[in-house]
Ligand binder design. Structure first.
Ligand code: ZN
Ligand code: ZN
Length: 177
């Protein structure tokens, strides 16, 4: 997923196409390791402009990430399909800035390559939900036994608790106290 600056510079002003796929396995997101089930597919291209040594990157990328419902832990597949316009400018004062929808990053003009992957992963995370739910009214898990309450409509551990209180041994103990 690397832009070769020598190639871009030799084709100054031309659109150099990008057509790559790679396997990510997992990505870290909010202290979680999320499974990435499909290859990350990246298409588009980059153009180097000798004036100001700006590199313009226009890419589409897609993959599938598995998140887990925060309440019941069931897997949720999130399809990622984004288009991004990224600009790299050499020796910019700040590391990142933006102009409208355009994200602008600094690059070292002396460097040989720019790895696009960390930028793509950063954008990809914008499509992920830090509090994913399998459905709006997910009932979650029973706090006592961990049963999925979406699958067991009449589930109740409270009745069992009442039953415990009526345990004859407990009554004996209560008498002693
Ligand atoms: Zn759920
Ligand atoms: Zn339960």
């Amino acid at each position: 997923m690397e832009l070769k600056l020598s190639e871009l510079k030799s084709k100054e002003g031309q659109f150099v196409s990008i057509d790559e796929r790679t396997s990510l396995d997992t990505i870290s997101f909010h202290n979680d390791e999320l499974e990435v089930v499909d290859d990350l597919v990246v298409t588009g291209g980059a153009t180097f402009t000798s004036e100001e040594e700006v590199i313009n990157v226009s890419i589409d990328f897609s993959t599938n990430v598995i998140e887990h419902c925060r309440r019941c832990l069931e897997p949720i597949e999130t399809k990622i399909d984004r288009h991004e316009e990224i600009e790299f400018r050499p020796n910019m004062e700040s590391e990142v800035t933006s102009e409208g929808d355009l994200s602008i990053y600094r690059y070292e003009s002396g460097s040989g390559t720019i790895d696009l992957l960390p930028y793509i992963i950063r954008f990809l995370k914008l499509d992920l939900d830090p509090y994913p739910l399998c459905k709006e009214d997910c009932k979650g898990l029973c706090p006592k036994c961990g049963a999925n309450l979406n699958k067991e409509e009449d589930h109740s551990c409270e009745t069992e608790e009442e039953g415990e209180a009526k345990d004859p041994r407990m009554e004996k103990l209560a008498e002693l106290l």
